[in-house]
Design a protein around this ligand. Structure first.
Ligand code: AMP
Ligand code: MG
Length: 420
């Protein structure tokens, strides 16, 4: 069974900005869960975290040396005792005495400066100090690094290594985070076969499913289901119903264009609500956004580049919204084209490119033929150039906006990155 041939899509054409707004305005961060901080790396904080103490908690030495009373030198002081980190002094330091103190040691009463070992010489119970210490030298005041009740981590922050360390430092061991969105990934198409298979004539290996699974992981989601379905309406209905069962988000590829085997839009309209079915940009015009029950559905186009670019521009920000990120979009930077580019006549186009830093500016080189079937033009790319529609050639040196999708390269990395 097929759908009838149509020459006009019934779906209005949205701009990229309108489509983005439509998606993001329908999504909220997932309800927070509590995790042990040791398991929370990579999650996004759902609460502000305050310090339960001053850091450091008391006046302490920042170096290995001698705790003294600051006064003009040179000095010769009697050494009363040694203090290591964690010990409290049981002596008072006066103008003629000193305490040998290790980094992190609590400053003994009376002392107001520390002189580092390198500036001293100790002999027969006395220490000689050449340069005059000043009040506060190498002394860390309580709360110098963070004050008690100070907010040290804000909601919306992704927990990386410094943040996990901070949670430990302030004793915030049970932490509220937004869960990772549960995502189902479905590839559609009669012609699509498993990567292990030798594709019969006219068939292609399923690259979308595996590229999308990886993209979901990279965007912080967890894949709870994945599969493939032929272009059969009964089977598609069954598989989509199964896929959404356990998922916050369903991502499909293929079956959303104007062909007679493009069955997905009618099915989504039947099972739920389609919010839009066309976006004015290249590659990926037939991108479809729908809701079935509580599951958000992205119907991505079938061509590998179209599906990954639409993921990047629309799905990734959505997955980040569900995770509670404050920053949803990739950084946008201005780059200089290394070569002329032909804009698309009537649509904004995202061209895949390598962006590198060169003499204080960012230079961009598109990755060869920009066909939406040619996955190779995404391999090694770290940017999407936003090329506005137009009839005029953009000459080399033109400045355009780029979405940075990966690390900026150095000038010397160029040959590696575009070895195609
Ligand atoms: P469709 O949008 O379903 O008409 O698909 C357009 C084209 O994308 C197909 O002719 C295939 O060449 C390609 N395609 C669709 N699905 C996949 C997939 N899962 N992996 C690789 N290529 C695909
Ligand atoms: Mg298809």
């Amino acid at each position: 069974m097929t759908v009838p041939i149509r020459t006009h899509s019934p779906y209005p054409m949205l701009t990229v900005a309108e489509a983005t707004h439509e998606i993001l305005s329908r999504l909220e961060p997932l309800a927070p869960v509590t995790l042990d901080f040791r398991d929370a790396a990579g999650y996004v904080l759902a609460e502000d975290v305050t310090s339960d103490c001053d850091l450091p908690p008391a006046r302490r030495s920042g170096v290995d040396g001698y705790a003294v009373v600051a006064r003009p030198g040179p000095l010769r002081l009697r050494v009363l005792q040694e203090l290591t980190a964690g010990q409290a002094a049981d002596v008072q330091v006066g103008p003629d005495t000193a305490v040998r103190i290790m980094t992190g040691g609590l400053l003994p009463p009376g002392a107001d400066a520390v002189v580092m070992f390198e500036d001293t010489r100790e002999q027969d119970g006395y220490v000689e100090i050449r340069a005059a210490p000043r009040i506060g030298d190498h002394v860390q005041a309580p709360g110098l690094d963070a004050k008690r009740d100070q907010v040290v981590l804000r909601a919306g922050l992704r927990l990386g290594s410094p943040e996990i360390g901070m949670l430990a430092a302030v004793g915030h061991t049970r932490v509220q985070v937004h869960p990772r969105p549960r995502v189902a990934v479905l590839a559609t198409g009669d012609e699509v076969v498993e990567p292990d298979a030798e594709p019969p004539v006219g068939c292609v290996r399923d690259s979308n499913r595996y590229a999308q699974i990886t993209a979901v992981h990279e965007a912080g989601g967890q894949v709870v289901w994945s599969g493939h379905c032929p272009d059969d309406p009964v089977e598609l209905r069954r598989v989509v119903s199964e896929a959404i069962g356990s998922a916050d988000v369903l991502i499909t590829s293929g079956g959303v264009s104007m062909g007679t085997r493009d069955l997905l839009k009618p099915l989504l309209a039947e099972l739920g609500e389609i919010h839009f079915g066309r976006v004015s940009f290249k590659p990926g015009k037939p991108l479809t956004f729908a809701t079935i029950g509580t599951t958000t559905v992205f119907g991505l186009p079938g061509f590998p580049v179209s599906s990954l670019v639409t993921f990047e521009v629309f799905v990734r920000p959505a997955l980040r919204r569900l995770q509670g990120f404050r920053r949803l979009h990739r950084p946008r930077v201005t780059v200089e084209l290394e070569h002329p580019i032909h804009p698309s006549r009537n649509r904004l186009e995202y061209q895949r490119a390598v962006v590198r830093s060169q003499y204080g500016r960012l230079a961009a080189t598109a990755t060869g033929r920009q066909s939406s079937s040619r996955l190779l033009n995404m391999v090694g790319a770290n940017g999407l150039l936003e090329i506005p529609s137009g009839d005029e050639l953009l000459p080399a040196g033109s400045r355009v906006t780029a979405l940075l999708t990966g690390e900026i390269l150095d000038a010397v990395d160029l040959d590696d990155a575009t070895g195609q």
